[in-house]
Design a protein around this ligand. Structure first.
Ligand code: NAD
Length: 253
C-alpha cells in the first residue's frame, strides 16, 4: 500500500508502532536533508561533484590522500553546525521508549547521536565522518587536530605509529565493518517492524537489510519522498517529507 497523505501516514504509523513489540530503524541520507546536509543522489548533489577516491587509491597515493582531506574539509565547512531534524528526534524517542532496539544507519553525520540516541544504539554501516582513525593501530584522531596538521604541513597526516590516518568512514572499496554488520543482522532478524527512512535503497550490502527483515516475517515500512528500489517488497510505503511524516513522534528538544 502506498500512502501519500501525511495525516493518513501519521495514523498508520501510530497504529503500527502501537502493535509492534520490537522495531528496527534504518536510515539514509534523506533523513538529514532538512538539517542542511544534502543527500547523495538528488539533483545537484555536491557528493557527486568529484569521482570518489576509493580505498586502495587512498592507501597507495599520498596525493590522493591530500585531495581526500581537502574535499573532506570543504564539505565539513559547508555543513558545520547541522542540527538533528524531526526524523532523528522521532527515532531517538522510539529508542528511548524501548520499542526500537537500534537504528541502523548508512549516514556518517552523527546526527542520530546528536538527537539523543545513545551511541551504542546507532549502528553505523558506513562509519562516522565526525572523527578520524589510524588504519594501522585504530587510534582515534580528532578532525581539528588533523586539519591543523594538514594546513601546517600541506601533507596528509600520519599517526604516531606511522600508520595512515583516514576519516572514520567506509570508502568505496573498503571492507564493511564486521561488528556493525553482525549487529545489524541481529537487529534485523529480531524485529517485527522494520522502518527504512530516507534511502534510495540502492547501496548494497546496506539495502539487503530491509529485504532480510521482510523475508524474516517483519512488516516493512518505507518512508521516502520518491520511489525506492524496494517499494514493491514493502508492506507500506509512506511517500512524502520525512520530517512531516515523523514529526508527531518526535519529542521537542
Ligand atoms: P540517497 O541519496 O541515495 O537517497 C536518499 C533518498 O532520500 C532519496 O531517494 C531522496 O528522494 C530521499 N529524500 C531526501 N530528502 C528527503 C526528505 N526530506 N523527505 C523524504 N525523502 C527524502 O542516499 P542513501 O540511500 O543514504 O545512499 C547514499 C550513501 O551516501 C549512503 O551510503 C551514505 O553513507 C552516504 N551519504 C551520507 C550522508 C549523511 O551522512 N547525511 C549524506 C550524503 C551521502
Amino acid at each position: 500500500m502506498i500512502i501519500t497523505s501525511t495525516d493518513e501516514a501519521h495514523a498508520e504509523l501510530a497504529r503500527l508502532f502501537a502493535q509492534s513489540h520490537r522495531m528496527t530503524g534504518f536510515t539514509g541520507a534523506g533523513i538529514s536533508t532538512e538539517c542542511g546536509v544534502p543527500d547523495f543522489r538528488s539533483p545537484g548533489s555536491p557528493w557527486m561533484k568529484h569521482r570518489p577516491i576509493d580505498f586502495s587509491l587512498f592507501i597507495a597515493d599520498p596525493l590522493a590522500r591530500e585531495e581526500a582531506w581537502r574535499r573532506k574539509f570543504t564539505m565539513d565547512d559547508m555543513y558545520a553546525g547541522a542540527r538533528p531534524g524531526r526524523g532523528h528526534r522521532a527515532l531517538a524517542s522510539l529508542v528511548a521508549s524501548g520499542k526500537m532496539g537500534a537504528v541502523i544507519t548508512q549516514n556518517i553525520d552523527g546526527l542520530h547521536q546528536a538527537a539523543g540516541t545513545p551511541a551504542d544504539k546507532v549502528i553505523e554501516l558506513h562509519g562516522n565522518g565526525t572523527y578520524a582513525k589510524c588504519l594501522e593501530c585504530g587510534q582515534r584522531h580528532e578532525l581539528a587536530d588533523v586539519r591543523q596538521e594538514f594546513e601546517r604541513t600541506g601533507a596528509a597526516p600520519e599517526c604516531e605509529c606511522g600508520g595512515v590516518v583516514k576519516s572514520a568512514t567506509i570508502s568505496f572499496g573498503q571492507a564493511m565493518p564486521e561488528e556493525e554488520m553482525r549487529r545489524a543482522h541481529e537487529e534485523t532478524l529480531t524485529c517485527d517492524l522494520f522502518i527504512a527512512i530516507g534511502s534510495s535503497l540502492v547501496v548494497y550490502p546496506a539495502a539487503g537489510f530491509p529485504i532480510l527483515a521482510k523475508r524474516n516475517g517483519a512488516t516493512l515500512v518505507i518512508v521516502n519522498r520518491e520511489e525506492t528500489q524496494l517499494d514493491d517488497a514493502a508492506d507500506l510505503v509512506l511517500r512524502g517529507d520525512i520530517g512531516s511524516i515523523l514529526s508527531p513522534f518526535a519529542a521537542s528538544q
